[in-house]
Design a protein. Structure first.
Length: 280
C-alpha cells in the first residue's frame, strides 16, 4: 500500500472513498454560531458543500442509535451544540457514536463513498488522559467511561474498516480529531499509525492519502511518519505487510505514554503540565 501526505482541500480529492470528520448526529459541522467554527473552515463543512444536499439527506435518513445511559456510558459529541442545530432539533438524534464510522454515497464528491467518522472531543479529554467524571445523574463514571484516546484510535480503525467493506482501494483521509475536536496533530498522526498497525492495509488498500489543510498539520504528520517510516522527499511511503508491527503511538507522541495522575479540582480535570513534567 502507498501511504501519502497531501496538503490541500480533501473535498477536491479523487478517491474511491473520502473520509470526513463528522459529529455524532451527522447533522453537519458547518455551524457558525458554535465558537470553535469562528473564522475557521472545517473538513465536514467543505465536504458537504461540494457533495450537495443529497449527502445531508442521506445522513439524516440513517437510523437513530439509543445511547447507553448507565454502565459504559458514552458521552455525546459536544461539537453538535450550535444554536442553529438545537433550534432545528437535528443534533438531538445520535446516528453514529464517537469512535464509530458509517458510509453513505458521496453524491457531488469525486468518490463513490463518503465515510463519516466521529472523533471524540478533546476539550474534556486533554489527549486522552482525563476521562471525565460526571454522568448524567451526577455519578462518577471514570471507572466505566472509555478513555478519549481509545475512542480516537477506534475512530481511525473503524473508518478503515468501513472503507474496506465498501471495497474502496483508494482512500482520502483527513487528520481526524485534529481540527474542531482540538486534538494535537502529532497525536492524531500517532493514532492514525497505531490504527493502521492493527488493520490489514496491504490486503484492503492500494493508496491511502492523508489530506491536511494546514502547514502545522503537515509538519506534525511529516515528522511523525518520518520518525517511523523514514525520510521521504515526496511525503510518500510504500508500506509492506508487517511494516508497522509493534508500533507504539507513544514513540512519536510521548504525551500518550501512561502516567500517574493526581486529582485536580478544576473543570478540565487532570492535565499535563510541561513545565514540571507532571499532572496538576
Amino acid at each position: 500500500m502507498r501511504l501519502r501526505l497531501l496538503k490541500g482541500d480533501i473535498s477536491r480529492v479523487s478517491a474511491n472513498a473520502i473520509v470526513t470528520s463528522a459529529n455524532d448526529a451527522l447533522c453537519g459541522n458547518d455551524q457558525p454560531l458554535y465558537w470553535r467554527f469562528t473564522n475557521q473552515r472545517n473538513v465536514d463543512g467543505a465536504i458537504r458543500k461540494i457533495a450537495g444536499p443529497g449527502l445531508r439527506d442521506a445522513c439524516l435518513a440513517l437510523p437513530e442509535i439509543k445511547p447507553v445511559i448507565h454502565e459504559n456510558e458514552e458521552p455525546r459529541d459536544i461539537s453538535r451544540w450550535a444554536e442553529t442545530a438545537k433550534k432545528r432539533g437535528l443534533s438531538r438524534t445520535l446516528r453514529c457514536a464517537p469512535g464509530s464510522a458509517v458510509a453513505t454515497r458521496a453524491y457531488g464528491l469525486d468518490a463513490d463513498w463518503c465515510v463519516h467518522a466521529v472523533a471524540p472531543d478533546s476539550e474534556f479529554g486533554y489527549e486522552g488522559h482525563y476521562q471525565g467524571n460526571i454522568g448524567i445523574r451526577g455519578e462518577d463514571v471514570r471507572a466505566t467511561s472509555t478513555p478519549p484516546i481509545a475512542r480516537l484510535h477506534a475512530t481511525y480503525l473503524n473508518a478503515f474498516k468501513v472503507c474496506s467493506t465498501k471495497d474502496a482501494r483508494t482512500v482520502a483521509l483527513p487528520a481526524l480529531g485534529a481540527g474542531v475536536k482540538a486534538w494535537r496533530p502529532r497525536i492524531a498522526a500517532a493514532t492514525a499509525l497505531g490504527a493502521l498497525s492493527e488493520f490489514d492495509y496491504s490486503s484492503n488498500f492500494d493508496d491511502l492519502a492523508v489530506v491536511l489543510g494546514s502547514d502545522a498539520a503537515m509538519v506534525a504528520f511529516t515528522r511523525a511518519f518520518e520518525a517511523v517510516l523514514g525520510e521521504s522527499e515526496d511525503h510518500a511511503w510504500e508500506l509492506e505487510p508487517g511494516r508497522l508491527d509493534g508500533f507504539e503511538p507513544a514513540s512519536v507522541a510521548p504525551e500518550l505514554a501512561p502516567r500517574t495522575q493526581r486529582p485536580n479540582s478544576g473543570y478540565a480535570g487532570d492535565h499535563w503540565n510541561p513545565s514540571d513534567a507532571g499532572w496538576r
